[in-house]
Design a protein around this ligand. Structure first.
Ligand SMILES: *Cc1c(COP(=O)(O)O)cnc(C)c1O
Length: 465
């Protein structure tokens, strides 16, 4: 479709439907209480529109479903692996293609094979599993995001860029010998899904070359990044997203990809790289926990569906629909007076709960309060990215605050239509209209690590001290 229509015409029609279950407010209030006011504790069938994550939640195409039937489940040397390997090689240009069950398994294997205690790994922003896998090796995971990326409201085209001067300074201070690799996450998931420019990747490449440090991409959303490059980077408008993606990968020495994102799959990941020695170490680690190198924890049919998904995801009609949908949801939030991270990312809209609920201090979890209200109002499930996720409990005082209080509404790929998004916009508007009366929460019980997944909470009332 050319860009002159207001309607977002989804570039697919529906062949198989999955019914939504509409709940009443009373049912949702009861479900939320049982879940300890933690949206991760809800049964999915109590959710009407599920925007918890865009990971593994994509709808597969007819060609992907057809490809499943071709799955060759041979233990070694299956045809499905050969097809997957060819597709990944054509896209990335990397020689060695190592399938894994999801992205973090690729990360675990890569860092175990390359990184030791005392090393420093640099990234624009480490995704949480990436950080955990670096730290598990006893190394330091250091974020060097460009300054623009820290300013939520600033509108700039490439807020995911890595700070190249800071990279130079880090290499000078740490020494290239203690830096096993530099990673760039495209798009920058933890920084609001903001893209990285080709110019930035080229500059990082040049620094890495000068110091002999390999460059890896964390490429979960490589197609969305390529689309933003086409839209926003001077001189790129006439290239296809596929050509841009191919160039991004060819600027690197290897990549990890969670194929639950732009692989359009429900499960899967891949590690791909050029260095034969590192690849051999990785394959040996793969065999230990994931499986034989021609399936790596996946069924042959998964490899088929992913190979097909990787061919579909750079389609321009799909990417235009995808990115426009996120932008459209952000516009609905703005119209309701709710600020978001700007510009909207490719995969999600991040509502700024601190701005909407200034009367709730960080330790009373304003973003969790907003996330709960969106669920109560309309059965919409998002995820808190604020003090519940990143604050630290303190024994004799309020929790330390996270840098921002956000609710992420992530869009599953090819799952919801514009009318679903309109409904989410209505829910946001109704909640925003009564923002002044929304109260905070307190944590009743929590585990020591990653508390946001399983903590139990309680709403604060007038009487709660
Ligand atoms: C999802 C994600 C990962 C981890 O992948 P999983 O498939 O969830 O294990 C790593 N990096 C980024 C940027 C991601 O979005």
């Amino acid at each position: 479709m050319d860009g002159t229509w207001n309607t977002i015409v989804e570039p697919f029609r529906v062949k198989s439907v999955e019914p939504l279950r509409f709940t009443t407010r009373a049912e949702r209030a009861a479900a939320l209480e049982v879940a300890g006011w933690n949206l991760f504790g809800l049964a999915a069938h109590d959710v009407i529109i599920d925007l918890l994550t865009d990971s593994g939640t994509a709808a597969m195409s007819t060609d992907q479903w057809a490809a499943l039937m071709r799955g060759d489940e041979s233990y070694a040397g299956s045809e499905s692996f050969a097809r997957f390997e060819t597709v990944v090689r054509d896209l990335t240009g990397f020689t060695h293609v190592i399938p894994t069950h999801q992205g973090r398994a690729a990360e675990r294997i890569l860092f175990q094979a390359t990184t030791s205690a005392g090393d420093v790994v640099v990234n624009n922003t480490h995704f949480d599993t990436t950080r955990a896998n670096v730290e598990f090796q006893g190394a330091e995971a250091r974020d060097l995001l460009c300054a623009e990326g820290d300013d939520l409201q600033l509108v700039a085209p490439f807020k995911g860029n890595l700070d190249v001067d800071a990279l130079e300074a880090t290499i000078a201070a740490v020494g290239a010998g203690r830096m096993p690799l530099v990673m760039v996450t495209v798009t920058n998931n933890s920084g609001g899904g903001q893209p990285v420019s080709l110019a930035n990747l080229r500059a990082v490449r040049a620094v890495c070359d000068r110091h002999g440090v390999p460059l890896f991409l964390d490429a979960a959303r490589f197609a969305e990044n390529a689309w933003f490059v086409r839209l926003r980077e001077p001189g790129q408008a006439d290239r296809t997203a596929r050509e841009i993606a191919e160039e991004m990968f060819r600027l690197a020495d290897g990549c990890t990809i969670s194929l639950k994102k732009d692989g359009l799959g429900n499960i899967g990941g891949v590690l791909a790289l050029d260095d034969g020695d590192v690849a051999e170490r990785c394959r040996n680690l793969l065999i230990l926990t994931e499986g034989f190198p021609t399936y790596g924890g996946l069924a042959g049919r998964d490899l088929e569906a992913l190979a097909q998904g990787l061919l579909e995801v750079t389609d321009h009609d799909y990417l235009a629909y995808r990115v426009r949908t996120a932008e459209y949801l952000a516009e609905l939030a703005w119209a309701a007076g709710v600020p978001t991270i700007r510009p909207p990312g490719g995969h999600a809209v991040y509502l700024d709960a601190a701005a909407l609920l200034p009367h709730i201090p960080a330790h009373e979890l304003p973003a969790q309060a907003l996330a709960c209200e969106l669920y109560l109002e309309g059965g919409v499930r998002g995820v808190e990215i604020g003090t519940l996720m990143f604050g630290r409990p303190s024994p004799d005082g309020p929790d330390s605050a996270a840098p921002h209080e956000l609710v992420r509404l992530a869009l599953p790929r090819r799952v919801y239509t514009q009318s679903h998004v309109d409904y989410v916009g209505e829910v946001i508007a109704r909640v925003a209209a009564r923002a002044d009366s929304i109260r905070g929460y307190r944590v009743v019980s929590q585990p020591e690590w990653l508390r946001h997944f399983t903590a139990r909470l309680e709403p604060l009332t007038e009487e709660t001290p």
